[in-house]
Design a binder for this molecule. Structure first.
Ligand SMILES: [Zn+2]
Ligand SMILES: [Zn+2]
Length: 337
């Protein structure tokens, strides 16, 4: 069943990946196999490569922002045909029968299968996924740049879809791989968008992505001036901020939503939440339907990540570039086996 698959394999933490033949074994009855055309590099790939979360499994094949074409369809797979273009993101499967899956929240399934932990990811000739998690790509979407939408894109789109109205004032904290897509989505949705960045060199670019206002996240006085004004703040950062000022910037009923993995707890006084009925929340990726909805929205509004492309054979240079913090703003590897 398995075609000869080659993959960039991480054998141990913090080691360069090496090209090897891998055996994906028999294809599951409900699974599909996808020939990888492009695969984005996400910060989570770096975290798993370096075993930052202590849950990596080696040898690992990373890559979870895949776009490609279906090459094989398992006998019990639904909906998909050989040759069809699909995307595979952070999850490549879930049990399909638990309360969460049956409620349409497959991404909250306790058995959800991460694409790059205990499963081989997309820095390879082929990747596999349960049919439900291989999301058909809209025709209009640029397949070369769509990869980052499958993980980073849905991660920032989901809170907008869940919590924002087009009339809302939305702030995006951190203008990087996630944040620049959040600004584009929120602007396309019609929100009044404020970008918070610590880097003055990104002020103009943030406006180019559709931000109506740009504020330095290192300037507590400027943030305090915005007190009580945001319906939704989406934080994409993994660094400490002036959380008092940020929570104070929320309007009554406002929400601070986290999609960045913060190393330290957010200190918050209950009173600052209670008096203005504010919330703090977080979310991971999204369900297959949420991903499909996001792709449709992105195609309709021409929302695409700003990318740098590397041939997949330069994967180790690409990871170094991402870790350097210099990538503007997402890196995509083009399969060149
Ligand atoms: Zn990711
Ligand atoms: Zn489930």
């Amino acid at each position: 069943m398995s075609t000869s698959t080659q993959a960039w394999v991480a054998k141990a933490p913090k080691q360069p990946m090496v090209l090897e033949a891998v055996d994906l074994g028999p294809l599951g009855a409900e699974d599909v196999e996808v020939a990888v055309e492009h695969c984005g590099v996400c910060h989570s790939d770096v975290s798993v490569l370096n075993n930052e979360w202590g849950i990596s499994q080696y040898p690992a094949v990373l890559g979870h922002e895949v776009t490609g074409r279906i090459t094989t369809v398992g006998p019990n797979a639904k909906r998909l045909q050989v040759g069809q273009r699909v995307g595979v993101g952070w999850y490549s499967g879930s049990d399909m029968h638990c309360h969460q899956c049956m409620s349409g929240s497959h991404h909250l399934c306790p058995q959800a299968q991460s694409t790059i932990i205990g499963h081989r990811g997309g820095f390879a000739t082929h990747v596999r996924a349960h049919w439900a998690w291989a999301i058909p790509l809209p025709e209009k979407l640029n397949v070369a740049d769509a990869g980052p939408l499958l993980c980073g894109g849905i991660t920032v789109f989901a809170p907008l879809a869940m919590y924002a109205k087009p009339t809302d004032r939305v702030g995006v904290i951190g203008i990087g791989g996630l944040g620049h897509m959040a600004v584009k989505f929120a602007a396309a949705y019609g929100c009044d968008v404020t970008a918070f960045t610590s880097s003055e060199s990104k002020f103009d670019e943030a406006k180019g992505f559709g931000a109506n206002h740009v504020v330095s996240s290192k300037d507590p006085a400027a943030i305090r001036k915005l007190g009580g004004s945001f319906d939704l703040l989406i934080s994409t950062v993994n660094a400490k901020l002036d959380w008092d000022a940020m929570i104070g910037a929320l309007a009554p009923n406002g929400r601070l939503h986290n999609v960045g993995v913060l190393p330290e707890p957010i200190p918050v006084s209950a009173f600052s939440l209670i008096a203005q009925q504010r919330s703090i929340s977080g979310s991971p990726t999204g369900s297959p339907v949420a991903i499909a909805t996001m792709l449709d929205f992105a195609a309709r509004h021409n929302v695409a990540p700003q990318t740098e492309h590397f041939p997949m054979s330069n994967i180790n240079e690409a990871f170094a570039r991402l870790e350097s913090g210099k990538a503007r703003y997402r890196i995509v590897l083009d399969a060149d086996f």
